[in-house]
Design a binder for this molecule. Structure first.
Ligand code: PLP
Length: 356
């Protein structure tokens, strides 16, 4: 049976990237050697890294005064790398869910944390807006897309202090103004690559702001100065990342990607709002394009296990909501085709018919 992949991460990647990766495992770029067993110091791998960075720069429109590097350890390693490097006295964190809570916990090892705004009062169902940003913060930290709660910032906020953003689950899904940020980072295992690599986009002036002496691998300068090669980088995920970016460019780049993502999200949110069996959980104006969360409508809650089984029987995979919030979550990342969303919508309609 055909499967429709809605996993939240690791998650769907373009077929073109998977095909190129499968081929490279046996013969990497005509070297006659597997990508998994070639030195990262070869000119062939250097060219993968260079192209990955230049495509990232081109697709996201990253200005010249920013550096890009790739590093292992996932996004969670950045939770402590960021305060280790930049938290001198006090940093502001906007608390929008599980991933910012985890980042706050790590920051407290290094200094004072000001929870500048929070949406915890309504179970993280919205994005705080119009909050004051104290001018004495070393930086302000946000998570632009909350993978678990399905909320997303719709614009790049203006901050009087350096703005740092976790974009693990919405990087390259919509255009952003990179120049509003001092540092953007994320785990690549949602929109870009298999698990194992994080990307960091850092403005040059931040490299001079490192707050304390640090172990070499923790210092942002190490990774910039050594062009992601201070130690062995995650070669395979970086290769797949390059292929994903090549695919994105081939379909028309950021504008086309954004158009597709808006179209898919509108299809599903329209159905959630129309269908009498379901309701959305995120505030309408903050609904994520990437992670679409919904639950059974009031009075229908007992049908949740039945719907999950029904959806699975129709080929849907990965639609179970995160264990902390329950319900359902369809992650419609860049590589998720419209056809998958249409199949899910049809399945929701069929379920409604069945229970009329
Ligand atoms: N930040 C966000 C927004 C996430 O969705 C996740 C994982 O799903 C993380 C951070 C943690 O990523 P990692 O598993 O790479 O540490």
């Amino acid at each position: 049976m055909k499967k429709y992949n809605f996993y939240a991460g690791p998650s769907i990647l373009p077929d073109a990237a998977l095909e190129a990766a499968a081929k490279a495992i046996f013969d990497f770029d005509g070297t006659g050697v597997s990508l998994l067993s070639i030195s990262h110091r070869t000119k062939e791998f250097q060219s993968v890294l260079d192209e990955a960075k230049s495509l990232f720069r081109e697709l996201l429109n990253i200005p010249d005064n920013y550096k890009i590097y790739f590093v292992g350890g996932g996004a969670s390693t950045q939770f402590f790398h960021i305060p280790a490097n930049f938290l001198k006295t006090k940093a502001g964190y906007v608390n929008t869910g599980v991933w910012t809570k985890k980042a706050i916990k790590e920051a407290k090892f290094y200094g004072e944390v000001d929870v500048t705004a929070s949406s915890e009062d309504r179970n993280f169902s919205y994005i705080p807006k119009d909050f004051a940003i104290p001018a004495d913060l070393d930086y302000l930290y946000i998570c632009t897309n909350n993978t678990i709660y399905g909320t997303e910032y719709k614009c790049d906020i203006d901050s009087p202090v350096p703005l740092i953003a976790d974009m693990s689950s919405d990087i390259l899904s919509r255009p952003i103004d990179v120049s509003k940020y001092a540092l953007i980072y994320g785990g690549a295992q949602k929109n870009l690559a298999p698990a194992g690599v994080a990307f960091v986009i850092i403005r040059d002036d931040m490299l001079k702001r490192v707050a304390r002496p640090l172990p070499t691998m923790m210092n942002v300068n190490t990774h910039v100065d050594n062009d992601s090669m201070f130690n062995t980088p995650p070669v395979f995920p970086i290769f797949v990342l390059r292929e994903t970016l090549r695919w994105m460019k081939s379909i028309g780049g950021m504008d086309e990607m954004y158009r597709r993502n808006k179209e898919k999200a509108a299809l599903l949110y329209d159905e959630i709002d129309r269908n009498t069996m379901f309701r959305g959980t995120a505030a309408e104006e903050d609904r994520s394009l990437m992670n679409i969360c919904f639950v059974m409508a009031e009075g229908r809650e007992d049908l949740a296990p039945e719907f999950l089984e029904f959806a699975q029987s129709r080929g849907m995979v990965g639609v179970k909501g995160h264990r902390l919030v329950g319900g359902f979550r369809a992650s419609c990342y860049n590589a998720c085709p419209k056809e998958s969303v249409e199949a899910l919508v049809a399945c929701m309609r069929e379920f409604e018919e069945k229970h009329k």
